[in-house]
Design a protein around this ligand. Structure first.
Ligand code: CP
Length: 310
């Protein structure tokens, strides 16, 4: 496969292994550009991109903006709270107005699941999902796979344990769909109350016993406890959650020496992960952030008409 034959990137559930491979291969070329002293290519000169964030973001927003700058695209960023949305304008009207200014690609983060799919159906510009509610965060899933592939050399048969708040996590969903398409084996762990009620549809193993799960793991990914999406009462207290599922030196003592420790950020240090583990040599948390720029450069390039050959 040389080109991405789709208008939008909405989720990894709908994406094929061939498409994911094309994106990861292209990201490898983009990382080479990032390693140059002058990180600037003319590839997207004259192309226009809108970053539309209705929820807070540090990593995703900054890396998309950097990717656009490195590739010479013209871009504008609008925060939901400072847009005409607060005056009652609908999402569709907002984006249609920006589209007639010449925008060809919209990157959107929104608290409602399905909002990016709704937008994609209603505009001609490409849409990239930068996180929609509890649905998916496909660019995070792709950058996580890029990091695993880079560090482990394969995704096929890689044993990945994802621990924590799977129920509210769009990061977990994108990783679960993407990793399984690429042949990895995914186990989820955490309190049963933080698992999706329809867990069986994801095709993953579940265990409440984290210490057992980590023994065979090649990768352990801790998720942020999403306090803003929880209705309350799903676990007794942060302290008790941390005592059972927080990644600490003791809890992962049985893990392999070369296990990768991952976290999508932002981290609640001392809750889902201890500082000792987050800052340990086995942690690739900052490498994940670097991968994010390369993956987002690849997506912009492929969506706006680039081919692998070029
Ligand atoms: N991982 C992630 O989406 O981080 P931000 O919320 O900072 O974008």
């Amino acid at each position: 496969m040389q080109t991405l034959r789709r208008k939008d990137i909405l989720g990894l559930e709908e994406m094929s292994a061939e498409e994911i491979t094309l994106i990861l291969d292209t990201a490898r070329s983009m990382r080479e550009i990032m390693q140059r002293k002058i990180k600037k290519v003319p590839t997207l000169r004259g192309r226009s991109v809108l970053n539309l964030f209705y929820e807070p973001s540090t990593r995703t927003k900054a890396s998309f903006e950097l990717a656009q700058k490195y590739m010479s695209a013209d871009s504008v960023s609008v925060a939901g709270t400072s847009s005409s949305l607060v005056k009652g304008e609908t999402l569709k009207d907002t984006v249609r107005n920006v589209e007639v200014m010449g925008i060809e690609c919209v990157i959107m983060r929104h608290p409602v699941s399905g909002s990016t799919a709704y937008l994609a159906r209603n505009i001609e510009a490409s849409v990239i999902n930068a996180g929609d509610g509890m649905h998916e965060h496909p660019t995070q899933g792709l950058l996580d796979m890029f990091t695993m592939l880079d560090k482990k050399g394969r995704l096929e048969n890689l044993k990945v344990v994802i621990v924590g708040d799977i129920r509210h996590s769009r990061v977990a969903r994108s990783n679960i769909w993407g990793l399984q398409k690429m042949g990895a084996k995914v186990t989820v762990s955490g309190p049963r109350t933080l698992m999706p009620v329809d867990l069986q549809v994801f095709g993953v193993e579940y265990t409440p016993f984290l210490e057992e799960a980590v023994e065979e793991a090649d990768v352990i990914m801790a998720l942020r406890l999403q306090k803003e999406r929880q209705e309350g009462g799903l676990f007794p207290s942060l302290r008790e959650y941390s005592e059972l599922y927080g990644l600490t030196t003791n809890r992962i003592a049985g893990a392999k020496e070369d296990v990768l420790i991952m976290h999508p950020g932002p981290m609640n240090r001392g809750v889902e992960i201890s500082s000792e583990i987050a800052d340990s040599p086995r942690s690739v948390i900052l490498e994940q952030v670097t991968s994010g720029v390369a993956v987002r450069m690849a997506l912009l390039y492929l969506l706006l008409g680039g081919t692998k050959e070029e």
